[in-house]
Design a protein. Structure first.
Length: 289
């Protein structure tokens, strides 16, 4: 059936392949080796209570390599950890790249494992975005290009350690990003909601309650602490937008493009906030308005 220029693109039912890949791109900490708790660096801020250099275990990591404050990360000052998602990169490095070996039993593996994790996380972020682009059911040629890009990126995640270290991930990212930009514009045009181009705009702390943002490109926009209460974000592209502390109370994100759970977890919202069905309403939103 042909869609008119103002029609809302059909997004249901979601193809089985998209659903399967969403499951595969979920973090499985039981099959990882606490890579994010050791390999990642963070600085004392509103998101992290302490400084921690890369390669040093977080002091909250217990002897069994579980987070000792996992059930109280936010009140303990580790909201950044609560919102972190490796999208399955951790278990891919441990189970595939290193064949089940890990730095805990073989400390000499630590530097190469942490380096591989940083690269793998970038690849898994690309896989996630490509899969969500396919879920938008773009036109024939774009769909074929997305399939090819997903397959090519997935193949890279099976590189051995030497091949992985030689990858030009930035170049691959630029190539994939160009495709994702085309898909975003296509879907927003198809919906009849092509809004303003606010890519990488600094909107931190701004009152945006009266802004027209439906169909806007907010890719990489700085929206920390922004007031977005009641704003219509239908078909807005939120790829990489920084929503830390943004107030989404009553906002409409039901058809927002490329918004991740991690972004919602770092923001504030309430029971009136409309979300895509694939995402969960963060528990801490119950106390936000």
């Amino acid at each position: 059936m042909n869609e008119g220029p103002g029609a809302r693109p059909s997004r249901e039912p979601t193809a089985p392949g998209v659903l399967r890949r969403r499951e595969e791109l979920r973090a499985d900490c039981e099959r990882c080796a606490a890579l994010c708790c050791v390999g990642s660096a963070f600085s004392a801020s509103a998101e992290f209570a302490i400084d921690k250099p890369a390669g040093q275990p977080c002091p909250n990591l217990s002897a069994d390599f579980r987070c000792s404050i996992h059930d109280r990360l936010r009140p303990s000052g580790f909201g950044g950890c609560a919102a972190f998602d490796c999208l399955g990169a951790g278990q891919r490095v441990v189970q595939v790249t290193f064949g089940g070996r890990d730095w805990r039993a073989e400390p000499g593996l630590a530097p190469s494992m942490f380096g591989a994790f940083a690269l793998m996380r970038q690849l898994h972020e690309l896989l996630w975005h490509l899969n969500e682009a396919l879920a938008l059911r773009p036109a024939g040629q774009l769909a074929r290009e997305l399939d090819e890009a997903f397959a090519a990126t997935d193949r890279l995640t099976y590189c051995d350690l030497r091949e992985l270290a030689l990858l030009d991930v930035d170049a691959h990212h630029r190539q994939v990003n160009e495709l994702l930009l085309r898909v975003s514009k296509h879907v927003r045009e198809r919906s009849g909601r092509l809004g303003p181009d606010l890519r990488r705009a600094d909107l931190a702390g701004k009152n945006l309650r009266t802004a027209t943002l439906a169909g806007a490109s907010l890719r990489g926009a700085l929206l920390t602490g922004a007031d977005l209460r009641g704003v219509d974000l239908s078909y807005a592209d939120l790829t990489g937008a920084d929503l830390r502390g943004a107030n989404l109370g009553g906002a409409d994100l039901a058809t927002t493009l490329f918004v991740r759970q991690q972004q919602l977890d770092s923001a504030r919202g309430d029971a009136r906030t409309k979300l895509p069905s694939r995402l969960d309403r963060p528990a801490h939103w119950a106390q936000a308005g």
